[in-house]
Design a binder for this molecule. Structure first.
Ligand code: GLU
Length: 277
């Protein structure tokens, strides 16, 4: 069982949008809940912009997100902090994992992994890596820097993992069975989401991560990274994804339900919350 640190220094939450498009109602409602949980606990709320993916993130979306967050009534006490300005921290974490033999370079393409994985995988889940490039035993790779290769974290195969999610209840998974070795640094020299989120939530001393249930399974990978990096893990609260009256996830309806579109149509933030919360 993963235990979070006893967070007695006050609640610290965060909003972590990715500026790959306009903010949509689904995300805004999750952020709203995150803000409510933080306010109920008189906590601090950090705004962190997850803009590491240079190909998909754009500065104009970042500015638009700030404006839309404010329009929706979201307010933060620290930040904005941009992940794109924090590379040294991620690199330091990569080095630590390398020195412990917990990561290895992988030359498999996404297509290789997909065809080897065979069975379909849940949405938002990385395909199960069959371990093609995994060294037979712990090996410290000689690489000085991670550029040019995908780097995977060696999961403790067979270890039964569990944690208690503050919203979704008890969660269980078996490393190596429910998910395989996952990418922590990408071939295009970008730290992968799983690594960046752990390094940042650790460095920012976040005590509770509130986000959508699409990232529930990722929490297991992240808990393994907290442990491997000697960081204390936050609590997690994964909220059910907001759906419309037809049961379709709001997040999937980017254009129709961006806050911008709703605002232009004269919908108020209150109406958005009343309709979906
Ligand atoms: N930046 C991620 C997203 O927009 C959220 C990551 C997280 O909350 O851990 O989906």
């Amino acid at each position: 069982m993963f235990r979070s640190a006893q967070h007695d220094k006050g609640y610290r939450g965060r909003l972590a949008p990715s500026p790959t498009g306009y903010l949509h109602a689904g995300h805004a409602l999750t952020f709203w809940r995150a803000q409510e949980r933080c306010r109920e606990r008189h906590g601090t709320l950090v705004l962190r912009v997850e803009d590491l993916d240079r190909a998909r993130c754009r500065p104009e979306f970042r500015e638009a997100i700030f404006e839309d967050l404010r329009w929706f009534g979201l307010d933060w006490t620290e930040g904005p902090v941009l992940q794109s300005e924090r590379r040294p921290l991620y690199l330091e974490a990569w080095k630590k994992l390398r020195d412990r033999g917990l990561v290895y370079p992988c030359s498999c393409s996404r297509r290789d992994v997909l065809s080897a994985a065979g069975a379909p995988h849940a949405e938002d889940e990385e395909p199960h890596y069959p371990g093609t490039c995994r060294p037979a035993r712990l090996t410290i790779p000689p690489a000085e820097d991670p550029a040019g290769m995908n780097w995977r974290f060696r999961v403790p195969a067979g270890e039964a993992l569990q944690f208690f999610d503050q919203c979704a209840g008890r969660q269980r998974a078996v490393a190596g069975t429910d998910f395989g070795d996952f990418v922590i640094w990408r071939k295009d020299d970008v730290p992968a989401y799983q690594l960046a989120v752990v390094v940042d939530d650790g460095a920012m001393r976040i005590t509770e991560v509130v986000r959508g249930a699409d990232l529930l399974r990722s929490a297991f990978r992240q808990l393994l990274l907290y442990r491997a990096l000697d960081l204390s893990a936050p609590d997690f609260c994964h909220l059910p994804l907001v759906t419309d009256s037809l049961g379709q996830r709001l997040a999937k309806r980017h254009d129709a339900l961006s806050l911008r579109t709703l605002r232009a149509a004269g919908v108020t933030p209150n109406e958005v919350r009343e309709r979906y919360l």
